[in-house]
Design a protein around this ligand. Sequence first.
Ligand code: SRM
Ligand code: SF4
Length: 559
Amino acid sequence: MGEQQNLSAIERIKVNSDSLRGTIVDSIQDEITGSIREDDQAVIKFHGMYQQDDRDLRAERAESKLDRLYSFMIRLRLPGGFLKPEQWVAVHEIAGEHSTGVIKITTRQTVQLHGLLKSDIKPTIQSFNQAALDSIATCGDINRNVLCSSHPKQSPLHAEIFAYADEISKLLMPKTKAYYEIWLDEEKIVDKKDEEDPLYQDRYLPRKFKIAIAIPPNNDVDVFANDLGLIAIVEDNKLKGFNIAVGGGLSATHGNTETYPRLATVIGFLDTKEKLFKAIYEVVTIQRDYGNRSDRKLARLKYTLDKYGVEWFKKELENRIGFELEAEKPYLFTERTDYYGWLQSQDGLWYYTVYSENGRVLDDEHAATKSALLEVAKTGKANFRFTCNQNVILSDIQTEDKGVINEILERYNVVKRTEGSSVVRRNSMACVAFPTCPLALAEAQRYLPTLIDKIEPMLEKHALDKEEIIIRMTGCPNGCGRSSVSEVGLIGTAYGKYNLHIGGDREGLRLNKLYKENIEEAAILAELDALLGLYKIERKGKESFGDFTHRKNIYKEIL
Ligand code: SRM
Ligand code: SF4
């Protein structure tokens, strides 16, 4: 622990931010520019927003000596990814009034709106608040949206386990009232003691912190990609407790060998909720106290864990919680995909999983998904659940209401799009990337659909079109579309160029590895064609594509 030297600039901003107030109020009122002050750009993240600009227009505007076209992205806090129908209607209306209109379902089960002007932020947050929604702590160096396996079919105990996501989110919320003061015009805190924060103090965490709860056998949340992963252990239809896994994270930086993706390590099991919550809290305090505050590239829990060692971490945790972890319990993950179409759960209620390509809910030439979901929401007969594969589950539908919902989905072509899309498309995932992501090196969600158009006939040619191959693309190596835990991972290196990774497994238990570097579309297709041809001939039994390429051990040698 101890004082760290050479603190990063963000550390100073956090400590001087007056409990995350910064000078946001002044920044927002400044009508001369569409941007906010530099320090406030860091502070506003803790309120769930990012300042962005339209990268498609950057060069053109620079040539015309115009400032960048600034806008803001806002991300909701939705533990477990759940909305009531009236809340979906609110999100739809707010998206139309203040943003680009596209509702983006993220890989962490929540909703983002893009393109808000500075003057739109406050009305947007106020409208969200009226719908009992907030964006607190969805970005920034703090615990983020807590994930939970989405589909109630996964277990008769789904509701019980699902409730943990909300409770964990509340346990780790910051104590500052800045959000309410700035955006919701609540009275200013007089006594600063009212917002003292023993967990985050004034420096918050060294970096973002992510938690997910998985309910085996489906690892739909990619539990090992999180700083803290909880695996529900169910025996004889009873929740026995959770295995806890620490130190997952997928980001790396091209050319920086000190950075790497890492899957979380299971360190033990806890049986009661009380013990679990204590352990969750103290995992966060260890990272607060020991995480790297000088180099943000090395600040996630995975690096803290590798620096001090798993055994040290476990002992430190046991010291802080005052009891020992039990040995991990056996569990088995066999899948990671969504259950498209209609399904009935053990409780007799119905669920329809709607395919929304890369999480973009909009009306397009394939289906009027956005209109359909609005009409469904207005019936009040379905809840909305979001999956970590960026899809929407219309949920908790009574048998007598199924027909009405189905008719709407049919009428807007949603059924055709969902059930008629190829297996590879439905299993694919891409991050946002251009035009809003400032870190994008290459396209992702705007490009992957057309690449899939070209991969589909190739799979048909090899009679592999029914194979559940998982392809994921990200516009840079940060891994927002979790490309490093896929069978085929495409990671942007420059505009139109990608590193091709292969050999990940289907369940999210093994990272993929680099196969070809910096290649364009023609080479990507040629490489995949060759690999698929080989797979067709040489696969053993039902071996998955990822397992096959891993067995062949044909990765690029990294010197
Ligand atoms: Fe992410 C940063 C989008 C899930 C790792 N991510 C960003 C930013 C905010 C860019 C920025 O810092 O300015 C992107 C905004 C793009 C835009 O215009 O919307 C962005 N990340 C996303 C989303 C929307 C991708 C999507 O298409 O769904 C996901 C939102 C999740 C959410 O609702 O909270 C998203 N990001 C992830 C994931 C996947 C996950 O958590 O399961 C990862 C990899 C797992 C991990 O954290 O290791 C991920 N995002 C990052 C990183 C690398 C962090 C690191 O450890 O270095 C960054 C860059 C950063 O933080 O500096 C980043
Ligand atoms: Fe942006 Fe990179 Fe994340 Fe894609 S992976 S959204 S390009 S930061």
